[in-house]
Design a binder for this molecule. Sequence first.
Ligand SMILES: NC(=O)c1ccc[n+]([C@@H]2O[C@H](COP(=O)([O-])OP(=O)(O)OC[C@H]3O[C@@H](n4cnc5c(N)ncnc54)[C@H](OP(=O)(O)O)[C@@H]3O)[C@@H](O)[C@H]2O)c1
Length: 258
Amino acid sequence: MNNRLAGKWVLITGASSGFGAESARQFAHLGVNLLLGARREDRLASVAKECSRLGAISVHIHHLDVVNTESVNAFADWARSIAGLVDVLINNAGGAHGVDRVEDGKDSDWEAMFQINALGILRVTRAVLPLMKSRPGGVILNIGSIAGRVAYEGGSAYCASKAAELSITKTLRLELNGTGLRVGSIDPGMAETEFSLVRLKGDKEKSDAVYAGVMPLMAEDVAEAIVWAANRPPHVCIDEILMMCTAQAAPYKLNRKV
Ligand SMILES: NC(=O)c1ccc[n+]([C@@H]2O[C@H](COP(=O)([O-])OP(=O)(O)OC[C@H]3O[C@@H](n4cnc5c(N)ncnc54)[C@H](OP(=O)(O)O)[C@@H]3O)[C@@H](O)[C@H]2O)c1
């Protein structure tokens, strides 16, 4: 694979676990500079250590809560003070909270999902775009989901927040036309990360059951798609990637061997 990213500045939100942490590791292999954000700074620090070992030119971490505009703006100011510019923005921070049907839904879960998955992308992109506008060839990749394309029971607010992510991505693609910046959405199906543990409020048994009898996507699989999309030549924009594990033909169509 041609390495078009060596020496570039890559900013990843939600880099403390799952796709974000693994993308950081895979970008590190290409000799980039990393700007990593999330709320759990201890976890960010371990990811940063690994990335330095794997070949990143430099790795910088900072607290980031995408729900909070002040936190997002402080993060972008910090990125500007360290790097002055950003070549690749990976809007990955996100997650699902709860599996309730609408009739039992909790305001706190609904609000968290819209805040993180939809408004979070808007806030981070607004804050970071000024660092990218002078960088034709830059890339913004938003992490969506099959849930943004196909609704399922118990997924109302998560599916809606990921549908919002896809709409935001398409809007940015139109608004940034002519700047040389590229925008795309990477939309995975079921993948084994901390996602289900968070969704099921720390219930490990239920979370393990989500993946029982299937070989789900792993963080490595999704990170490979993210890095590949970011590494295309400047005239190529990967608008959308929808990827699922072989056993999953639709959110509910899972071939479980149990
Ligand atoms: N795993 C799946 O099946 C799957 C499928 C499709 C799409 N996705 C999407 O992929 C993305 C990554 O999820 P994952 O599977 O890698 O799950 P994960 O392991 O739980 O990672 C989620 C990341 O988001 C960060 N995050 C959550 N809330 C945040 C906030 N308010 N501010 C900043 N960072 C925040 C977390 O960091 P802190 O907790 O340290 O802040 C963590 O680094 C999400 O957008 C998710 O919706 C996942």
